[in-house]
Design a protein around this ligand. Structure first.
Ligand SMILES: N=C(N)NCCC[C@H](NC(=O)CCC(=O)O)C(=O)O
Length: 444
């Protein structure tokens, strides 16, 4: 059946800030306490969505979460009015308040793992919100994420929505950032590639020593079972623990794939030769890899530039496009490599550069900002059309951002009750624009 790949980008929320919350994510640590610009962040994201829409891609908008998360603060024992809760939490621990205020749901590659209907035994598209258990500020996303996904893909005969995996490090799950689907045409049965950082119940696998491995093998295997995938069409690989220790906290910081092509660094996986052979066999031979050698681009440069956190896209005109952040253009080794790659015609035809600096400074590049969902015609029809990018939605959302967002935010501002009001007013209006219903705790 004919199908397309749609990209659902996270709309940056009004509390976007730099709190240095993500140990193991170099950018998050090094930009801690800088002033952020939520308005610019949201506009940069919208500009990317619109540009891809204009190229003929199906582009969706994924709503942000309610932050500061008063609901979680109340679970932690803070009482009184919302304003009392904020003040008390800010006094008790600015770090904890920052964790409950992060706009981290913008990185929708971590929202869920998605399996297309062509791969699932029951012919439905399967979604499992990621529990994101490794970081407190992200572990509080999955309930609302599940509700937003259900509001975007409401038809239960076509879309299966699962609960997140048990909230334990044993089943640490980071969603699509560690999952790639390979195929010939999007509507064909594909091969799903799950990449994990460590195994929780087996002592025979190596693990990083400096930074955490966020995804476990057992989490990936549970998702493959729940999504009713065919064993022979699933490949598991372990991320190279050495690169995790150099700041590669998700696989999508070192590898990206689309259809029958994988673009990755030569140090991405443990036993990389065997991984490539296994993928090639599962794909019946129709598989190719562009492997970037260390002597052209070091792991450090890959992490700094986010070369592999790019979007590898098949455009309607048949071209393959690589969407990259500006930081790639500013890195001589990376830019040299990319220019040569396009010139040689090895599978990537075109580069498109975006300024995503607000998100990049928290370790989120073009690929972090999007969740891929393969949809056939009937599934596309059944998708909530209000979340799909169009000229008018772009205008509406730009106006919405201009009206509600601040252009400067410091960590100290997170305890300001006015910010909570602004954020809720904005989100209440957004749920109407995107026709999502009451997905936020303050609306329920
Ligand atoms: N690679 C992918 N798919 N996603 C990137 C996620 C970045 C995110 N950063 C943060 O959560 C930083 C927030 C702060 O420090 O304020 C994270 O580390 O989980």
């Amino acid at each position: 059946m004919k199908a397309i790949e749609a990209n659902f980008d996270g709309l940056v929320g009004p509390t976007h800030n730099y709190s240095g919350l993500s140990f193991g994510n170099v950018a998050s640590g090094s930009n801690r306490a800088q002033a952020s610009n939520p308005k610019m962040a949201a506009l940069q994201g919208l500009a990317k969505m619109k540009a891809l829409h204009d190229m003929g891609m199906t582009q969706g908008v994924f709503a942000p979460q309610e932050r500061p998360d008063i609901h979680t603060l109340r679970r932690l024992g803070f009482t009184g009015s919302d304003s009392d809760v904020l003040t008390a939490a800010g006094k008790y621990s600015p770090g904890m308040l920052a964790s409950c205020s992060s706009a981290s749901s913008m990185w929708t590659a971590n929202a869920a793992t998605v399996s297309p209907s062509a791969d699932s035994a029951d012919g439905r598209v399967h979604f499992t919100p990621a529990n994101l258990i490794n970081k407190f500020h992200r572990s509080i996303e999955h309930n609302t994420t599940g509700r937003i996904l259900a509001a975007m893909f409401p038809d239960e005969t076509r879309f299966a929505h699962h609960q997140a995996l048990p909230e334990s490090e044993y089943f640490g799950d980071e969603g699509a950032a560690n999952h790639t689907r390979f195929c010939q045409e999007y509507g064909d049965a594909g091969v799903q590639f799950f990449v994990y950082g460590r195994a929780a119940f087996r002592g025979d696998k190596p693990a990083p020593v400096k930074y955490p491995a966020r995804q476990t093998l057992e989490a990936s295997e549970a998702i493959a079972r729940k999504h009713l995938l065919t064993q022979e069409r699933v490949v598991y690989a372990q991320q190279n623990p050495d690169v995790i220790d150099q700041g590669v906290f998700h696989n999508d910081v070192i590898a990206v794939g689309n259809r029958e092509l994988m673009f990755c660094h030569e140090q991405a996986f443990l036993n990389q030769h065997a991984v490539k052979d296994e993928l090639t066999a599962a794909m019946g031979g129709a598989f190719s890899v562009i492997e970037v050698p260390t002597n052209r681009v070091s792991v450090q440069d890959a992490v700094k530039s986010y070369l592999f956190n790019s979007q590898l896209l098949s455009l309607p005109n048949g071209e393959t496009l690589l969407v990259i952040p500006e930081e790639c253009q500013n890195n001589p080794a990376v830019w040299d490599y990319l220019s040569e790659l396009v010139e040689q015609g090895r599978g990537i035809d075109r580069l498109q550069v975006f300024d995503l600096r607000q998100s990049m400074q928290n370790g989120g590049g073009p690929a972090c900002l999007r969740l891929r969902v393969v949809l056939n015609d009937a599934e596309r029809e059944a998708t909530n059309s209000s979340v799909l990018m169009s000229d008018s939605l772009f205008t509406t959302l730009n106006g919405w951002v201009e009206k509600h967002y601040r252009d400067r935010l410091l960590v100290d501002d997170l305890a300001d009750p006015q910010l909570l009001m602004e954020s809720r007013t904005a989100l209440d209006e957004l749920t109407q624009i995107l026709n999502l219903g009451s997905v936020y705790p303050f609306q329920r």
